[in-house]
Design a protein around this ligand. Structure first.
Ligand SMILES: [Zn+2]
Length: 153
């Protein structure tokens, strides 16, 4: 419920730091709000192969489709394109020049963008922390609809 209260407040669901702390799990908070990185091969969504949408764990904004997910072997969920609203920012942290991926709606840190995925249609690798995402399984047709089609045919 807290989630929806935050969303109603404005277009951008910007919360205060203590509000985020209450809303998120410690791991989500560390990644999304403190730009942390989860250890590789530990994320809950790494091996998820179901059809659906990956949404921001902070604000629920749809970000990546399962159709763009691929196994990069890096230990983090990887996508070759973004479906939702993201922001890219130069990141010079840790002595490297990288491109940070941020959720446009809530400003949460998602991961980094690389261009080393030659096996994909775009060559891009959106390297995303599982902790920054929630998975929404694609809805299957309802029983009623199947039945109706049956009766008609
Ligand atoms: Zn977000």
């Amino acid at each position: 419920m807290k989630h929806y209260v935050a969303m109603k407040r404005g277009k951008k669901s910007r919360l205060s730091d203590s509000e985020w702390k209450k809303k998120l799990t410690p791991e989500q908070y560390r990644v999304l709000r403190q730009r942390g990185t989860e250890p590789p091969f530990t994320g809950k969504l790494l091996n998820n192969k179901e059809n659906g949408m990956y949404i921001c764990a902070g604000c629920g904004s749809p970000l990546f489709s399962s159709a763009a997910k691929f196994d990069s072997g890096t230990g983090w969920p990887s996508f070759f394109e973004a479906k939702g609203k993201i922001e890219l920012k130069e990141d010079f942290g840790h002595g490297m020049r990288r491109t940070e991926i941020i959720c446009k709606k809530c400003g949460g840190h998602l991961g980094h963008l690389f261009d080393d995925a030659s096996q994909t249609p775009t060559g891009a690798r959106y390297c995303i922390n599982s902790a920054a995402l929630e998975f929404k399984k694609k809805g299957i047709p309802t029983q009623g609809r199947i039945l109706f089609r049956h009766l008609k045919g």
